[in-house]
Design a protein around this ligand. Structure first.
Ligand code: UTP
Length: 294
């Protein structure tokens, strides 16, 4: 039902300088996998096959990552290192990747509008790859949202409760509670000043948007920080129709900040990397056990 996922990835990543001076933030590895690959895997798990990436100048490694590297692949062919490419090969084969360049970094809303050519007139997901989301208990966050979209057929934003001292970093919603984890959005403020936040429910980097959002963005003027904010366009959409805020199940790491990135790295090392390794070792042992003894 939702086949396309948009990845705005043109930002400068200034909080991570100097690492991001010539390397896209979205290519920073969490353990052994770049951030954007986690996002693409989450979208694939949610049933999406078309990955639409908004890039900018100096971000060509994003394209290279989702393409073949014949020299490297030839070099390691038949060695025990080939297994390290299993995940990315599977991902490349399972999805189509298209890219468009945002020429001027005018904000997240503008980046999403830049992706319009790739999306067309259909509902789509948006993943901000620097928000790494995991749910070891069940569906990934995007998949949870796709299920909700089937029920509500309107734009959905993922939210999480943050301390009031942190709300100034986020788009913050106010809403009518319609289920313990669902709100019909009545107000949204981008990076509210301390004491003016409508709640402690902060929007994180997962959205499902209906295509009329493009018209709302077109009519949105530059807001906070002189940027075209998706929060402002979503508020207009909420006023004229329906936008749902969903308190997702799982954990989110803000990998755009050094602290969040370190937490994500530790978490994924223990809960993903070591577990996968353990499974591979056990599989190898079992294969050896069943090998004929000649
Ligand atoms: P952020 O504000 O978190 O990213 O934007 P940033 O601007 O790259 O990082 P800092 O604040 O300078 O450290 C959220 C997402 O929107 C994308 C970013 O790439 C990021 O994924 N974005 C932002 C764009 O694609 N274009 C823009 O003009 C702005």
């Amino acid at each position: 039902m939702i086949n396309k996922c948009l990845f705005p990835a043109a930002g400068y990543g200034t909080r991570f300088l100097p690492a991001t001076k010539s390397m896209p933030k979205e290519m920073m590895p969490v353990v052994n996998k770049p951030l954007i690959e986690y996002g693409v895997e989450e979208a694939l798990q949610a049933g999406m096959e078309s990955m639409c990436i908004v890039t900018g100048r100096g971000k060509h490694t994003l394209m290279d990552h989702f393409d073949k590297n014949y020299e490297l692949e030839h070099q390691i062919e038949g060695t025990n290192k080939e297994v390290l490419l299993d995940d990315i090969r599977r991902t490349i084969e399972s999805a189509q990747f298209t890219f468009i360049r945002q020429r001027e970094m005018k904000g997240l809303g503008h980046a999403i509008l830049t992706g319009r050519e790739l999306i067309g007139n259909e509902p789509f997901a948006v993943v901000l790859a620097d928000d790494l989301c995991v749910n070891h208990e069940g569906d990934g966050v995007l998949q949870q949202m796709v299920k909700l979209y089937k029920q509500f057929r309107c734009s959905i934003v993922a939210v999480e409760e943050v301390p009031l001292t942190e709300t100034h970093k986020y788009g913050v919603i106010d809403g009518q509670c319609i289920r313990e984890d669902l709100y019909r959005v009545t107000n949204m403020v981008e990076k509210p000043e301390s004491g003016t936040e409508p709640s402690n429910l902060a929007i994180i980097g997962r959205y499902i948007l209906t295509p009329d959002i493009f018209e709302f963005i077109e009519d949105t003027e530059a807001g906070k920080g002189g940027e075209i904010q998706i929060t402002d366009a979503l508020l207009r959409q909420a006023e004229q129709g329906c936008v749902i805020a969903y308190k997702f199940k799982g954990q989110r790491f803000d990998c755009g900040s050094v602290e969040g990135y370190m937490e994500a790295t530790n978490h994924c090392y223990k809960n993903v990397y070591l577990k996968d390794k353990d499974i591979v070792i056990k599989q190898e042992r079992t294969e050896k056990e069943v090998e004929p003894a000649c």
